[in-house]
Design a protein around this ligand. Structure first.
Ligand SMILES: Nc1ncnc2c1ncn2[C@@H]1O[C@H](COP(=O)(O)OP(=O)(O)OP(=O)(O)O)[C@@H](O)[C@H]1O
Ligand SMILES: [Mg+2]
Length: 277
């Protein structure tokens, strides 16, 4: 039977008096990749921040690996549950080389972990450009390279769960496809559990097997498996494109992951629109 690695129950989060997450309940099984899809401002980033202990939980429960982490400080969550949060703004440390940025993420694997034991060389194998640039100031890398760097830095902490916020943000379509392909491989080959937040629904479909459709205030409208999504693509499109009738516009905006015919080798055709899976 599947083990729940991450579980949120009736979570409530505030910014000051603003009650931004109101009763969120979701779960992620060990080894599963799950996406959270929703329009701007519904609370996706706040959800990840709450899991990582960066935005305080006011009410409800967050459990990671069976531990009640809801009120733990971030450093304890990282150390004892090996959650790696990769924020949309990336937060590469300026003034530090690529290699130093990676080394800063180093943490020994969790006791009893069945996951991979990450080294610099392994990260460089996935992201050869980081090896080429290892002496360069991390903050001078391109957007795509910085995204690779922060994913690599997260891997150096031997994560059990990776929380990935908008990995495609600001990246060219070809780079988005490359990053998505690598993250997909990481999950498949290293048993990484993933929670990804994306506005680019094709990336979400590619990376995750299950998807939560989030509405304002962190309300979950429904969850869908990839099979359900493939059979009901309109549900996802309507969910993301609100009622301003811009389904077509949204679709074209989201065409950042190439169609199967254009996709990197190994990607099989199938699924919504032109998503490679
Ligand atoms: N530091 C903050 N102080 C006050 N309100 C905030 C803060 N951060 C976010 N909010 C508000 O909380 C709500 C949820 O924000 P959040 O960033 O989680 O949304 P999101 O779904 O990630 O949106 P986006 O798709 O634009 O990234 C929004 O109404 C936002 O304005
Ligand atoms: Mg966000």
């Amino acid at each position: 039977m599947a083990t729940k690695l991450l579980e949120l129950e009736d979570v409530h989060t505030y910014y000051g008096d603003s009650h931004v997450i109101q009763g969120l309940s979701i779960y992620v099984n060990k080894g599963e990749a799950v996406s959270i899809l929703g329009r701007n401002g519904v609370g996706k980033t706040t959800t990840l921040r709450t899991i990582a202990g960066l935005t305080p939980l006011r009410r409800g429960t967050v459990r990671i690996g069976g531990k009640d982490t809801g009120h733990w400080p971030t450093h304890r969550i990282v150390k004892e549950t090996h959650v790696a949060y990769v924020p949309a703004e990336r937060n590469v440390f300026p003034g530090l080389s690529v290699k130093e940025n990676l080394k800063i993420g180093e943490q020994p694997p969790m006791n009893g972990s069945s996951g991979s034991r990450w080294t610099l060389d392994m990260v460089y194998e996935y992201f050869p450009i980081l090896k080429e640039r290892h002496l360069q100031d991390g903050s001078t890398l391109s957007g795509g390279e910085q995204q690779m760097l922060v994913i690599g830095r997260a891997l150096m902490g031997n994560p059990e769960i990776m929380l990935l916020d908008e990995p495609s943000q600001g990246l060219a379509p070809i780079v988005v496809a490359k990053v998505a392909e690598i993250v997909k491989q990481l999950c498949a080959l290293h048993g990484l559990t993933l929670v990804v937040v994306e506005q680019n629904f094709r990336v979400s479909y590619k990376l995750a097997q299950r998807h939560y459709l989030m509405d304002l205030k962190g309300q979950i409208k429904r969850s869908l498996t990839n099979e359900e999504w493939a059979a009901n693509e309109d549900i996802v499109k309507k969910h993301l494109s609100i009622d301003d009738g811009c389904v077509e516009k949204k679709d074209s905006e989201c065409r950042q992951v190439p169609a199967p015919s254009e996709a990197p080798s190994g990607a099989a055709p199938g699924g919504p629109g032109a998503v490679s899976k």
